[in-house]
Design a protein around this ligand. Structure first.
Ligand code: SF4
Ligand code: SF4
Length: 261
């Protein structure tokens, strides 16, 4: 997800849509797209990058991201922070992307974008996934001869694993967008941000606060969450659905004096 729609071509595409594109070291525009870009991160992007860099999620977020809050919904997002002097991505080097194997999903997809909407149908609301092209005039990749379908491009960029991991989070964004009501207040924003992006802080919150006195969590799931960031991220999605009142994904413990025994 990019924040700007400036260069989005307003035509819906599908996996079989074709385009000509090539990006390589030596092309005249090499790394231009890694400057002054608004790249929104997904929870899985943060997991991959913090593991790759060997730092905590807290450190990663403080050093490499800035906060963006959607005005209408109050939804907080982590955005890659460009350097103050040159306005370039902190991972950009002379050689290109220094975190290439773990580059964020949006960097993988580019110059393709992915959209998700809920459309009305006879059977009720159905989710519709579509693609579009981002045609930045400064990107010379479109002038190259190599032809792709969007399906081929996605496979080439390793987008499947990221899409699978982000599926639930995207679903939460979609359902939030469709919801009416006031934007999230600051306290909620902080909780949503922590559960979405700050996996290490969220783990401390679950295990070191009164959370487990208040909520029932499956023992096996809990054990996994102690050491496995992906299990923690998935529990974060459950927590988000609960606090955003999307679904009753958590169960409160029954207070002893309320038990019928
Ligand atoms: S071809 Fe496009 S994507 Fe590749 S480096 Fe140039 S601007 Fe970036
Ligand atoms: S993460 Fe890599 S590919 Fe993405 S903007 Fe930064 S340098 Fe470019």
């Amino acid at each position: 997800m990019f924040m700007s729609t400036e260069f989005v071509e307003p035509t819906k595409r599908d996996l079989e849509s074709k385009f000509k594109f090539s990006c390589y070291k030596g092309i005249a525009c090499f790394t231009q797209c890694c400057r002054r870009a608004d790249i929104i991160l997904t929870p899985f992007d943060v997991l991959k990058l913090k593991a790759h860099l060997g730092i905590t999620s807290d450190e990663f977020l403080a050093k490499y991201t800035r906060l963006y809050v959607d005005e209408k919904s109050g939804q907080p997002y982590a955005v890659l922070k460009m350097t103050e002097d040159e306005g370039k991505c902190p991972f950009l080097t002379e050689e290109g992307c220094s975190v290439y194997e773990c580059r964020p999903l949006n960097c993988r997809y580019y110059p393709v974008g992915k959209g998700l909407v809920v459309a009305a149908s006879d059977r009720g609301p159905v989710k519709e996934e579509f693609y579009f092209f981002i045609k930045d005039p400064n990107c010379l990749g479109y002038k190259e001869d190599k032809e792709w379908t969007i399906a081929e491009w996605r496979a080439n960029q390793g987008a499947d694993e990221y899409d699978e991991m982000n599926h639930e989070w995207n679903d939460i964004q979609l359902r939030r967008r469709g919801a009416s009501g006031p934007p999230l207040d600051q306290d909620k924003q902080q909780l949503v941000f922590m559960a979405s992006y700050d996996v290490d802080k969220f783990r401390s919150f679950i295990f070191e606060s009164r959370f487990l006195d208040l909520f029932e969590v499956d023992e096996q799931e809990l054990e996994k969450m102690r050491t496995d960031d992906i299990a923690m991220m998935r529990f974060g999605f459950k927590y988000l659905k609960y606090i955003l009142m999307i679904e009753e994904t958590l169960k409160m413990r029954v207070a002893p004096n309320n038990k019928n025994d």
